[in-house]
Design a protein around this ligand. Sequence first.
Ligand code: UD1
Ligand code: UDP
Length: 366
Amino acid sequence: MKLITVIGARPQFIKSAPFSDVFRKEHNEIIIHTGQHYDKNMSDIFFKELSIPEPDYHLGVGSGNHGFQTGRMLEKIEDIILKEKPDGVLVYGDTNSTLAGALAASKLHIPVFHVEAGLRSYHKGMPEEQNRVLTDHISDLLLCPTKTAVENLKKEGITEGVILTGDIMYDTVNRFITISNSLYSKDAWLESLETENEVIPSHLQENEYYLATIHRAENTDDFQKLQIIFSAFEKLDKPVLIPLHPRTRKLIDKLNIKFKNVTIINPVGYLLMLYLTANAYMIVTDSGGLQKEAYFLKTPCTTLRDQTEWIETLENGWNMLSRIEVQTITKTVTRKLDCLKYSQPPLFGDGKAAEYICQAILKREN
Ligand code: UD1
Ligand code: UDP
């Protein structure tokens, strides 16, 4: 079978690694990298660390407004589909690269396979919600990470082609956690943190820091919100380590102030990120993927959003949502953690999502 996979943003590289590995054993995969993310630490590092095959096409689309970015991708992906004549197009998640890949294929009547189908925040203003709803409604195979996702699709009348596979990020975590632990044990993790002035942040100790990431439009478009988040970080009882997404870095640099209690570093590779996540006291984030990884690695999480698509992580208080108010954030982050219980059986599948996705695609093909 000949499949085109469209990826372009950091979390998509991470999700694609286990699938490419399984699928390529017997089939032909052509990878298109849209170029949505392009900094070394937002793209190349993941291909190297996770042994993701080199993209066959690199569109180099780069940054821009939604219409500009999605439109340029759409045009270029269409050309490649016409040339390559694949049996299907695979897309991951909910970024502009996801929508462009799905739309280009659907208009050419090429089957669309959506990994991470069925997620909903029910907040229509989010670019991610728009991308995932639109993608789901033009997909032929809807590969769902959770039972909730299957139910969400049912509510929208989508039942055909819906398959519960488990979460592919769980596969990735399981594949790479041992390598991460062997690379970054003891002080090696501290020495690997690229701080601004190259000083080793020796005030950080395992299980005694908050690991934070902030990049979602809902928290960065409104500058005031971002200031509230950083003001809350300054008041926390443990140091905050932030591998900062370039979108947020550009905004923070404009402020030109140093925040107390906060160590900002460049985005890190996946292997270091796993180590930092597993060894943090708590994750504080607006990321989708990181909420799950925190859960997989049994690190409590606070999500700086009003809603989450990953409602399973909220069970038993492992993850808690916080509105963007200084007091609410500090109160939620410093909540008592002594009675956390872990749900069994696993809510995100058995770590073999890549195999189930592969089987579902091949079954549909035959
Ligand atoms: C995108 C996704 C978001 C996902 C995130 C993962 C959309 C609409 N949003 O958001 O769902 O959570 O990726 O990280 O697709 N930039 C750089 N270098 C890079 C990449 C981006 O400097 O390599 C800067 C640019 O100034 C750019 C900004 O970050 O304008 C935003 O990048 P963009 O890809 O548009 O959106 P993300 O915030 O990354
Ligand atoms: N991540 C990483 N390095 C970082 C920050 C995040 O490798 O500096 C990983 C993180 O572990 C997770 C993924 O990036 O696997 C999440 O991507 P992101 O938060 O950018 O996007 P989202 O999941 O919100 O769409």
